[in-house]
Design a protein around this ligand. Structure first.
Ligand code: PLP
Length: 410
């Protein structure tokens, strides 16, 4: 028999804690309302949705990361469908326990070849790849110090936390500050510099060659997140590091199969000893069911297409320039950068949400507002992503509509 609880104090009110936190988000205009996008491979970037009254509506998606439209590429879809019929819907096992198929192996070989590294390792997403690889390497290297750019993605921040290592945060893309920190850490101590090639929200590109040079000088490893660069940059889509003379000296490359490649999954590519270490000790790799074989097959095809078709990237860059010219013509200020990501600063979460709502309701334009903690407070923005299927008329219409809404909300 269970004895009556002798404690007479008031019971803890769980609901009040959760509700208060959610209320706070709503008050600040940071509550995340999802739009149920009824995606159409045929009509992308146009999609369909039901508004609050249940009425059927359509809009143009301006915030998808399917930059090159590989998620709707016929050959990629065919591979997915063919391999699913051949191998089933899922792998039903961790990599170690029956979850490694020939599709996983082939994809890892392709990734190693793409990045000209000895080996590659697949994860269920690049978030998990960052979290697992950074924490594992940080735990294995004795007394390791991790130097991390202040604008690094949440998955990197979580990886650094989970490593238990001493962390040094350097100012965004600031080589002087990075060097200052490097000089403070004993040269004999293991160090990892973690940074991104294209920062996802402001679109800034990092000084990769200079960071690698500093790393060599101070005997540090380099770990680069190329999530927003793979597929889009480089002769074969291998990312920004691949365009540089120092490409062989970048120790670990992290990438996704979900954005430029349009499917799902993440990976790291590095020398065999690093890959084998993460494969053997990384909890987020070992203890989870592997990607479905069909997904691997589709991602492999997507990479192969972007490795061999040299016409896609130049056509995409032409579009980026054309789009930015329309924004300039309409006086719309966006953050200056040399990447494909166009961020229009708003600087206030409530206003950001209002603008986004109005664009959707009145102009059939979908741009999700970007608020804290995805960006720092005061840096709320509209992050606009162009895809291969956006036409000149779409760009023109977006620029005109943005001009109207921004002016009226000033
Ligand atoms: C810079 C960066 N790294 C990692 C990730 C995680 O990638 P994935 O969606 O494959 O988990 C993202 C995704 O948004 C990202 O922007």
């Amino acid at each position: 028999m269970i004895a009556n609880c002798p404690i007479k104090t008031a019971k803890f009110n769980y609901d009040s804690i959760f509700e208060a936190r959610i209320e706070e988000l709503k008050r600040e205009g940071r509550y995340r309302y999802f739009l149920d996008v009824n995606k159409s491979a045929q009509h992308f970037p146009k999609f369909f949705y039901a508004d609050q009254r249940g009425d059927k509506k359509s809009a143009i998606n301006w915030c998808s990361n399917d930059y090159l439209c590989m998620s709707v590429h016929e050959e990629v879809i065919s591979k997915l469908s063919y391999a699913a019929h051949r191998s089933g819907a899922g792998s039903s096992g961790t990599r170690n326990i029956s979850g490694t198929t020939n599709f996983h192996r082939e994809l890892e070989n392709t990734l190693a070849e793409l990045h000209e590294k000895e080996s590659a390792l697949l994860f269920n997403g690049a978030y998990l790849a960052n979290l697992t690889a950074i924490s594992t390497l940080g735990k294995i290297l004795p007394n390791c110090a991790i130097l991390s750019d202040e604008r690094n993605h949440a998955s990197i921040i979580e990886g650094v936390k989970a490593s238990g290592c001493e962390k040094f945060v350097f100012h965004h893309n600031d080589l002087g500050h990075l060097q200052q920190i490097l000089a403070q850490v004993e040269i004999s101590r293991p160090k990892i510099i973690v940074f991104e090639s294209v920062y996802s929200m402001n679109g800034n590109i990092s000084p990769i060659a200079e960071i690698v040079k500093l790393a060599k000088q101070y005997n540090a490893l380099t770990y680069i997140d190329e999530v927003h660069a793979v597929g889009l940059y480089g002769e074969r889509g291998a990312g920004l590091a691949s365009t540089l003379a120092v490409k062989d000296q970048v120790d670990v490359i992290n990438g996704t199969l979900a954005k430029g490649y349009g499917v799902i999954g993440g990976y790291i590519a590095a020398k065999q000893s690093i890959i084998d270490t993460v494969r053997s000790f990384g909890s987020g790799f070992i203890f989870t069911t592997s990607l479905p074989p069909a997904v691997c097959s589709a991602a492999n095809r997507s990479i192969q297409i972007l490795m061999t078709d040299k016409t896609i990237r130049p056509r995409y860059w032409e579009k980026v320039l054309e789009f930015r010219a329309f924004l300039n013509e309409n006086g719309i200020k966006f953050l200056p950068n040399h990447s494909h990501i166009t961020s229009v600063p708003i600087g206030d979460s409530q206003r950001c949400k209002k603008i986004s709502d109005r664009l959707l309701k009145e102009f059939e334009i979908y741009i999700q507002p970007i608020n804290y903690p995805t960006v720092q407070r005061g840096e709320e923005c509209l992050r606009i992503t162009l895809t291969m299927r956006h036409e000149t008329r779409d760009m023109f219409y977006l620029a005109k509509s943005l001009k109207t809404v921004l002016n009226e909300s000033a």
